[in-house]
Design a protein around this ligand. Structure first.
Ligand code: GAP
Length: 458
């Protein structure tokens, strides 16, 4: 994966995103009270909600809006021969070097991105005290043991991609799903890679979640479907608010292709650290089904009744990362502006992605306002995910919701008690309109269903 650098200053730094995630409870370093464990993160309340929304939008695009894809949830632990057949045991490696002086380990092909352990202003190998070993291939799979006895026969691996669980279930799904190529199998789940170079927050971690779909097609149609899925996946990101000039497609050069791929293009996003991979869209050919058929002895092919012949379908695979997508949506949505002499920080998230859609806020905690606000809250939350908040000044509560990315704020005030109207505040424009409290839940559900365009595009 190429990470190119951008010379202009980013609109937001990764540190600002990290700080907001901590401040508002989106993401915490894992095992923090013990000093953390390299590059693993825990997701707090709003992080979970945002991640779920990203995944729901992916399911919507893969299953909800079409009929040619079915869902699967395969196990993380699989038979070790899966990884032999897939080529991961032999080929899922990165070249690494160790420094005998500082004891750190680096990717041999990414030394220019790493810092020397003794002199961080230099790259490994550039400082006079550096003493690097020859490059060795290092397998990225986490090894573990199945059963109580730790011997070579009990070794298996935490899956490094969800895709193989799909290939090994090809026959099961074909039998029960009543589909014929072109059709897809989609899955979301955790994957694990013992990455040598981690960093950039949740961009590259050792435990992460993938959203992968394997689309099985007649071999001669593979290039057409590859193009199709590149367009579809680009559309998914931009329709969910990523600005079109911040996302691009980059075709892999021959030397970059994975062992299974005949053609891959990456969707790259302009992260604060530069253009980096968000999702890979590969033409895997018949590599995986052929390999699993050979190793398992099962026939993994499709019998075309019309032509009276069997063939092994080719596979087009859009493979995305939940954590990376979430990071990209946050980066793209992050904004600051000055309002009445004060800095306002907000996430201009697509309302469908926003963790909370509406916050119901009594202006003050007296005069019957909290009670009325709770009634309105009960109606609103029956239609859209909502939150009730009565603690602190109204300004502080608005700022909190802005940073979470809540698109609509509903304030219950003295007028509400008199005429039954509330203030509906728009996160992006800051416009406030007076609307009847009656039917507010339905009104917001209708707003949520409308197409949305980020105000950052003007
Ligand atoms: N089945 C194909 C496959 O796994 P990949 O390009 O290695 O392809 C797909 O991974 C996506 O998974 C990446 O585009 C990225 O979004 C996400 N991903 C991969 N490694 C990751 C890591 N260490 N941390 C976070 N996300 C990762």
């Amino acid at each position: 994966m190429a990470e190119t650098t951008e010379t202009t200053a980013p609109e937001v730094t990764l540190d600002e995103i990290v700080a907001l995630c901590k401040r508002r409870g989106f993401i915490f370093p894992s095992s923090e009270i013990y000093g953390g464990i390299g590059s693993t993160y825990d997701y707090g309340h709003y992080g979970v909600l945002l991640r779920n929304n990203v995944k729901n939008e992916w399911w919507r695009a893969m299953i909800g809006e079409r009929d040619d894809i079915v869902a699967l949830d395969s196990a993380i632990l699989q038979h070790p021969r899966v990884w032999e057949a897939s080529g991961h045991l032999e080929g899922f490696t990165d070249p690494m070097v160790d420094c005998r002086t500082c004891g750190l380990r680096f990717r041999a092909d990414k030394l220019e991105d790493a810092q020397c352990g003794r002199k961080p202003s230099k790259h490994p190998g550039e400082f006079s005290e550096c003493d690097l070993t020859e490059a060795r291939e290092f397998n990225l799979m986490f090894e573990t043991h199945v059963g109580p006895v730790k011997d070579t026969g009990s070794i298996t691996y935490l899956r490094p991609e969800t895709a193989q669980g799909i290939f090994v279930n090809f026959k099961n799904v074909l039998q029960f799903a009543r589909k014929k190529p072109p059709f897809g199998i989609a899955q979301i789940g955790k994957s694990f890679r013992n990455e040598i170079t981690t960093g950039n927050f949740v961009f590259r971690t050792r435990e992460f979640e993938q959203m992968e779909m394997e689309y099985f097609v007649p071999p001669d149609e593979a290039p057409k479907w590859h193009e199709y899925w590149m367009d579809e996946r680009m559309r998914w990101y931009t329709e969910l608010g990523i600005r079109p000039d911040k996302v691009t497609l980059r075709a892999h050069g021959a030397e970059e292709l994975s062992h299974y791929s005949t053609a891959t293009s990456d969707i790259e996003y302009l992260f604060p650290m530069g253009w980096s991979e968000l999702e890979g869209i590969a033409n895997r050919g018949d590599f995986d089904l052929t390999q699993h058929a050979r190793m398992s002895g099962e026939k993994l092919e499709y019998f075309d009744q019309d032509k009276g012949e069997a063939y092994i379908p080719y596979v087009i695979e859009p493979a995305a990362g939940v954590d990376r997508a979430m990071l990209a949506f946050m980066v793209d949505a992050y904004d600051t502006e000055e309002v009445e002499g004060r800095k306002r920080t907000l996430l201009r998230l697509h309302p469908r992605l926003a963790p909370v859609k509406a916050a119901v806020l009594p202006l003050v905690s007296k005069d019957g306002m909290p009670e009325r606000a709770r009634e309105i809250y009960a109606d609103v939350r029956a239609h859209v995910p909502a939150e009730y908040d009565e603690g602190g000044s109204i300004g502080k509560r608005y700022r909190r919701q802005d940073e979470i990315g809540t698109p609509w704020g509903i304030t219950v005030d003295g007028e509400t008690m008199e005429d039954g109207t509330v203030t509906l505040r728009d996160r992006d424009s800051l416009e406030q309109e007076r609307v009847p409290a009656e039917g507010l839940g339905e009104r917001l559900a209708a707003k949520l269903a409308k197409p949305w365009r980020t105000p950052k595009l003007g």
